[in-house]
Design a protein around this ligand. Structure first.
Ligand SMILES: Nc1ncnc2c1ncn2[C@@H]1O[C@H](COP(=O)(O)OP(=O)(O)O)[C@@H](O)[C@H]1O
Ligand SMILES: [Mg+2]
Length: 424
């Protein structure tokens, strides 16, 4: 088997490494990949969003199966295009990827099918949106761009001035382009956030181990929002009882709702949940594996990932037993100083062996490249230093021990990943 993985981040590296365990795969290609992925797969320089070039590549290189991971190619219909050529894919079609690509769609879906989420209104007019926020006069107010906005389209306004600024940024200045043509104004919820990724073939749904991201750049959840500075799995907040409630009230109803809409979802469906005092609520859906959640979830998967992915495509997930480790996993992101704003590139990374790894931890490469026989920084999030342990505390200790040995100029990382959860 020849398998093509689309994408270039730490998440894709984790997927590639897991796929390597399958003995029927003899060649893995990653497009475009990165410096560290190149030690595990053949990297081909095709942009993840170039649907036409990716499809042509898959066809002319005898690819047997394609894993489309990032949100934008899924929203652009890459799965539809490649499957039209007779090559099976893991990932939702365009009409199902809309569950992430449009927050208006997903909120309306949840309302129509009674799936618990924050109350909301939709606006396509800036004045009306602001008038509604002011009339509600409930703070903080949550204002969300409808479309994909690189994780920056959600603004939480503490007062009138910030609300004016938020509506202006999204709808008038159009900082995220057309993504801000419509906004969702949402009720503010409180409680711990948990991510649950789930495999689904459109018939059955198999949740993975729960996880928890740390979005803010600095310790104590201060600083700007980022793509994610570290993750732990499982989340100690996600009890078996809550998991059962989520299955009944959220996971199964979502699969059924998408089917009822003629938008059967196959692939990885990501539930961003908030465990509010009134029970679990959906914050958002993603139509794909999360980054860096994947980096802590897949190391705990005992079953074969490729077999599961094939079953999601074939509609045979019901026949599979999926086994998980009862250990814990932690991932600490090493980022470039200045991220998520301006940062330098091209710094030498020390502490890595020839394969971009380091004993005692698993190093998932996000923004790296090879140059002069070295690994060099090449992005905001550079590496995800990951370790499995008997419990969360042990996993975190091992991961941070790796962080101490691997680094580069101007490196920035959070020292408190999983900190508050260690003793829960
Ligand atoms: N209704 C809400 N109440 C409280 N916090 C929210 C709400 N909606 C979003 N958030 C916060 O904003 C973050 C980003 O929102 P989300 O809907 O996940 O958008 P995206 O990931 O596309 O930026 C969430 O992880 C959560 O911390
Ligand atoms: Mg989110």
């Amino acid at each position: 088997m020849r398998v093509l993985v689309v994408g270039s981040g730490g998440r894709e590296h984790a997927i590639v490494r897991k796929l390597k365990e399958n003995k029927t795969i003899d060649h893995i290609i990653c497009a475009p990949g990165n410096g560290g992925i190149a030690a595990d797969a053949e990297c081909v320089d095709i942009k993840a969003t170039d649907v036409e070039a990716m499809t042509d590549y898959a066809v002319s290189n005898d690819i047997d199966f394609v894993v489309v991971t990032p949100d934008d190619p899924l929203a652009l219909g890459m799965v539809d295009a490649i499957e039209a050529k007779g090559i099976p894919c893991f990932g939702p079609r365009k009409n199902a990827a809309v569950i992430e690509a449009s927050k208006v769609f997903s909120k309306n879906l949840m309302k129509k099918y009674g799936i618990p989420t924050a109350g909301y209104e939709v606006f396509d007019d800036a004045e009306k949106a602001l008038a509604y926020v002011l009339e509600q006069n409930r703070w903080p107010a949550v204002i969300k761009a409808d479309g994909l906005a690189l994780g920056k389209g959600v603004l939480i306004a503490q007062n009138e001035e910030e609300a004016r600024e938020a509506v202006k940024e999204l709808m008038i200045d159009q900082s995220f382009g057309e993504a801000g043509n419509r906004v969702v104004v949402e009720e503010f919820m409180t409680g711990p956030e948990v991510s649950v990724l789930a495999f689904t073939d459109g018939k059955v749904i198999r949740p993975m181990i729960s996880s928890m991201d740390h979005k803010r750049a600095n310790d104590n959840d201060e600083g700007l929002n980022t793509g994610g500075m570290g993750t732990i799995a499982p989340s100690p907040f996600y009890t078996p009882e809550i998991a059962e409630t989520c299955m009944r009230e959220i996971f199964l109803p979502t699969v059924a709702a998408m089917n009822a809409e003629g938008r059967t979802f196959q692939g990885c469906l990501y539930f961003g949940l908030m465990l509010t005092p009134n029970g679990p609520r959906v914050v958002e859906y993603n139509c794909r594996f999360g980054d860096p959640e994947t980096q802590v979830v897949l190391p705990l998967l005992k079953s074969d990932l490729f077999t599961i992915m094939q079953a999601c495509h074939d509609g045979t997930l019901e026949d599979l037993d999926i086994e998980w480790s009862d250990q814990a996993c932690a991932c600490v992101i090493e980022a470039s100083g200045g991220y998520p704003q301006k940062y330098g590139r091209g710094y030498e990374i020390f502490g890595l062996d020839e394969n971009g790894q380091c004993e005692g931890v698993t190093v998932y490469h996000a923004g790296t490249r090879r140059g002069n026989g070295m690994y060099l920084t090449n992005g905001g999030r550079v590496l995800g230093i990951t370790a499995v342990g008997r419990n969360l505390s042990e996993a975190l200790d091992k991961a941070y021990e790796g962080v101490n040995r691997i680094g580069f100029k101007d490196m920035h990382y959070r020292t408190d990943i999983g900190g508050k959860l260690r003793d829960l």
